[in-house]
Write a protein that binds this ligand. Structure first.
Ligand SMILES: Nc1ncnc2c1ncn2[C@@H]1O[C@H](COP(=O)(O)OP(=O)(O)OP(=O)(O)O)[C@@H](O)[C@H]1O
Ligand SMILES: [Mg+2]
Length: 412
């Protein structure tokens, strides 16, 4: 229903919206009333609109009724002629009010010069929108049925037009609100991206610093190995150290590639091999925390571009181990789905409380103590999965365990 200027706004925005709408509707009503007066050859008229509560009619426009301040005129349903016409939803043609005792009684506030007038309800889709009143014919004669038909025709059109105009403005308001919400969400994402970009720079810088001495260390380890006898105990220690160093080199490379944007697009990696290597990197945890590992892989899994997927698997395995320090089972299932590949890591560890599930992919979000977790594992993983245009999501229940799913579409 029409929200008149008397509608109490819920917010400043709504208020601005309403006054804009009021102005547009008022202007439209004023022009329509003028047109109606011209068509029936009358000089005075008014339009009342039904307000939100549907209990009162409010005078919105009046032509040539100079002594009435518009805002102050309100009629309850059934009050005065306007209220009766609205209540009964029936047009009224009065040729001479002096001869209509009933109407004279109802019409306590009448102050027009003419004794003849027309009052017609405006409706749209069976609902009352307002009432239009016309009086004071220029030639002083009373109104007749032709005049009534003309006013009814215009009232019909006005009812539908006001209804549509009102819907249009409400829809605009809704779209405006939606747009605001979308802009706020976009700002949020930009903030996240900026936050992530600065973290990226920091980690990139840090890893770069680690990378520089690594080359030298490996070279010297190789030189030392060459100098040692095959059966030397020191040689076996250094060989172990070299394996660890090689793993570090690979990891640093993935991170550097990721943060400095160096493309690994040309390289490919087999999904099963990537998972197995990630398990190998964490093999100590399984015996330390008494964790059983189950793997279900279908045959012939394809190669995928190497955008750092191993880092993702490593983070998921590391998190699962940290959630099962009292022991448990880590089950990894790989399956084909919708032309892509799903990799599910399911643990029966401590689980994640519902209220933090939405935050765990945010950079620096951690529930672990200082030195134990930086809160970057899942944030980095999500960025890597984005590179595959894939998805990563979690289902978890407190005290029962968590299930992280990675979906990688296979794009030809
Ligand atoms: N499998 C899991 N079980 C229970 N909680 C988990 C699991 N995986 C992630 N979480 C929760 O999500 C948080 C964020 O994980 P994320 O890997 O991003 O950071 P982190 O493990 O705390 O630190 P980092 O990975 O940088 O060492 C964790 O602190 C933990 O609360
Ligand atoms: Mg982690």
């Amino acid at each position: 229903m029409i929200k008149s200027s008397h509608f109490s706004p819920k917010s400043n925005n709504m208020h601005a919206m309403n006054s804009k709408r009021d102005n547009r509707i008022k202007e439209f009503l004023s022009l329509s009333l003028e047109r109606c007066l011209k068509e029936v050859g009358a000089q005075t008229g008014s339009i009342f609109l039904l307000e939100d509560s549907k209990k009162e009619l409010i005078l919105e426009v009046a032509h040539h009724i100079s002594d009435i301040p518009l805002e102050s005129v309100r009629k309850r349903m059934g009050e005065d002629i306007v209220g009766v016409v609205a209540l009964q939803r029936k047009s009224l043609l009065v040729r001479d009010i002096g001869k209509e005792a009933n109407l004279k009684r109802i019409n306590s506030s009448r102050r027009y010069r003419s004794s003849s007038f027309i009052s017609v309800p405006m409706q749209a889709r069976g609902e009352l929108v307002g009432v239009i009143n016309i009086t004071d014919k220029f030639d002083g004669t009373p109104f007749d049925n032709n005049d009534l038909n003309t006013v009814e025709r215009i009232a019909n059109y006005l009812g539908i037009a006001i209804h549509s105009l009102n819907n249009y403005v409400i829809e605009q308001y809704r779209l405006n609100e939606q747009l605001k919400k979308e802009i706020a969400e976009l700002k949020d994402s930009i903030n996240q991206l900026e936050k992530f970009a600065s973290i990226g720079k920091m980690i990139g810088g840090f890893v770069h610093e680690v990378n520089n001495p690594l080359d030298g260390i490996i070279r010297y380890v190789n030189l030392a190995l060459d100098c040692l006898d095959e059966d030397s105990l020191v040689k076996s220690y250094l060989t172990e150290a070299k394996k660890g160093l090689n793993r570090l080199v690979r990891f640093v490379k993935v991170i550097l590639d990721f943060f400095w944007g160096l493309s690994l697009k040309d390289k490919e990696i087999n999904i099963v091999e990537a998972i197995e290597e990630a398990f190998l990197m964490r093999c100590n945890c399984f015996s330390l925390y008494n964790i059983k590992v189950e793997k279900i892989f279908p045959p012939n899994l394809p190669n995928i571009p190497d955008f750092g997927i191993k880092v993702v698997f490593d983070n998921l395995i590391k998190n699962a181990c940290e959630a099962m320090k009292e022991g448990g089972v880590l089950k990894v299932t790989v399956l084909w789905e919708n032309g892509g590949i799903k990799i599910i890591f399911k643990d029966n560890g401590v689980g994640i409380p519902k209220e933090i599930q939405a935050k765990i992919f945010e950079p620096f979000f951690t529930t672990k103590s200082m030195g134990e977790g930086a809160g970057l594992g899942l944030a980095i993983s999500r960025e890597i999965i984005n590179r595959y245009q894939g998805k990563i999501y979690v289902k978890s229940e407190l005290c029962k365990g968590s299930e992280f799913t990675v979906y990688i579409p296979l794009i030809n």
